[in-house]
Write a protein that binds this ligand. Structure first.
Ligand code: DX5
Ligand code: ZN
Length: 225
């Protein structure tokens, strides 16, 4: 049995916003490791969601790390605002800026950890040079924009390549996977190198979110055995 543990980051995009504080406390008690916050600007992706005010509100109800996923154009314009609102990780998309390296620096200077996200059609090579510069790589298994989409399994070879590079170069980067993850897809994600699993609908739309969270982790950890 490996000592590796599967971490779960519930995405509040699928939570009941009228009861956001309660929903977060519920998943925290169920053993969530982080809270995933999906920020969309209606421009980089065709949906509008949460902003810094929600990050600040979440900061006041949980001590878990806030994993803020920026699906916005020009992330450099807002990254510091999200750190000041309480983000622990600020993750943005490579396609959204010309040169991500100065933005990693800025996020660190503000006191958070930088991450880079990669969309399903994009090759692993497009982020490879940046892996030593970041704390987290977010491998998308849906095209970003909405919760509740189907898992794209053709991303698995790319995930495997990234996990291979991490081992080969002994990098200190966490591998997070996002989109369509639930009890039936968690095992394949972990087998291919996923370490932090984001799950929105599979947790918050479940009849028993705490049970769903535990089932996702159990399915993932079984793949490590
Ligand atoms: C998709 C978001 C995801 C999404 C996950 O654009 O980045 O984080 O909320 O939701 P599920 O788990 O329902 O696919
Ligand atoms: Zn996300």
């Amino acid at each position: 049995m490996s000592e590796r543990r599967v971490l779960i980051s519930p995405s509040v995009l699928a939570a009941d916003f009228a009861r956001l504080g309660e929903e977060v406390r519920l998943v925290e008690e169920a053993g969530a490791d982080m809270i995933h916050v999906d920020v969309m600007d209606g421009h980089f992706v065709p949906n509008l969601t949460l902003g810094p005010a929600i990050v600040r509100a979440l900061r006041s109800v949980t001590d878990l790390p806030l994993d803020v996923h920026l699906m916005i154009a020009d992330p450099g314009r807002y990254a510091a605002t999200f750190v000041r609102a309480g983000a622990d990780y600020v993750v943005f998309h490579n396609e959204a800026c010309d040169d991500p390296t100065p933005l990693f620096e800025l996020i660190r200077q503000e006191g958070a950890k930088p991450g880079l996200a990669i969309n399903p059609p994009n090759p692993a090579e497009s982020i490879r040079p940046h892996l030593p510069e970041i704390d987290l790589v977010l491998v998308m298994t849906v095209n970003p924009g909405f919760a509740g989409q189907s898992f794209i399994s053709s991303v698995m070879p790319k995930l495997r390549s990234i996990a291979h590079w991490k081992r080969e170069l002994d990098l200190d980067v966490a591998i997070e996977v996002d989109g369509g993850i639930g009890p039936s897809t968690a095992a394949t994600v972990v087998e291919n190198g996923g370490e932090i699993l984001v799950a929105g609908s599979a947790i918050f739309a479940a009849e028993d979110p705490a049970e769903a969270l535990r089932a996702i982790r159990a399915a993932g950890e079984k793949a490590l055995a």
